[in-house]
Design a protein around this ligand. Sequence first.
Ligand code: BJW
Ligand code: ZN
Length: 244
Amino acid sequence: MMEEAAKLLARSRFAIAFTGAGISAESGVPTFRGGSGLWKKYRPEELATPEAFRKDPNLVWEFYRWRMKLIMRARPNRAHRALAELERMGIVKAVITQNVDDLHREAGSQNVIELHGNIFRVRCTSCGYTEDLKRSGRLNEFLKEKGLPRCPECGSLLRPDVVWFGEPLPREALEEAFRLAERADVVLVIGTSGVVYPAAYIPQIVKETGGRVIEINPEESGITPIADVFLRYPAGEAMERLME
Ligand code: BJW
Ligand code: ZN
């Protein structure tokens, strides 16, 4: 199985990666679904919605500040690093991620497409103001502040610049991801339950346009039925063995 996957990758002309929360699990970032995916008494899916934010912005901001602190301390793991290495080798052309944690870029991947935004960016709920808190150097200050964050331009509520259920994905990122999927002859799907759309179309498009699907996940997922090779391992171990 491992040899077959390695062969597919080595012989590919245009391989891409499609990643989800599972690739960051070994960095200590909790996944959304399954055993450990609980925060207080809420399921993350109940908090990642515009309705939850309208009803109780304090609760939603408390959740996101907690996640920002956790993710801030997280470091890329050997799976993130292996993907960056595969890009440097010219094998993987792009990483399409559903993650908001920035760990692919920190690991050295250059061509990263973020489908669900980035947790270190905030944006205004009424005007066009956005801020990248890592770049502006205000992340620590922001996390210390109590109460609801306000827009410095217009005073309205700020929100995390991530995509919640029922919201459209960033158009350019989604179009680029679909273009890449149509071109790809191999997609390496790592650590996603494959149930959230339209992101989950990415491996399906690769498959339908004649490409191969390699999946890495310790559990079966929504992608497993279309996987040509299913490597049932945690991401770090599978990527390390694949690189040998
Ligand atoms: C390991 C591991 C280890 C563990 N190694 N692996 C078509 C059909 C059905 C429904 C829909 C559809 N189209 C749209 C919908 C509705 C909805 C949807 O998909 N619902 C389904 C759930 C039923 N989609 C939307 O609402 C999307 N928007 C949309 O469609 O808009 C339409 C529109 C157009 C025009 C105007 C208006 C609207 C938006 C979806 C946004 C998702 N947002 C979130 C939160 C992001 C912010 C944040 O981080 O807080 O994105 S939800 C959450 O799920 C997050 C993730 O990116 C996403 C996917 O989760 P992921 O990454 O797969 O994680 P898990 O936890 O599910 O799985 C982890 C996996 O790792 C597991 O398989 C483990 O086994 C594995 N694992 N350890 C490797 N060590
Ligand atoms: Zn504003």
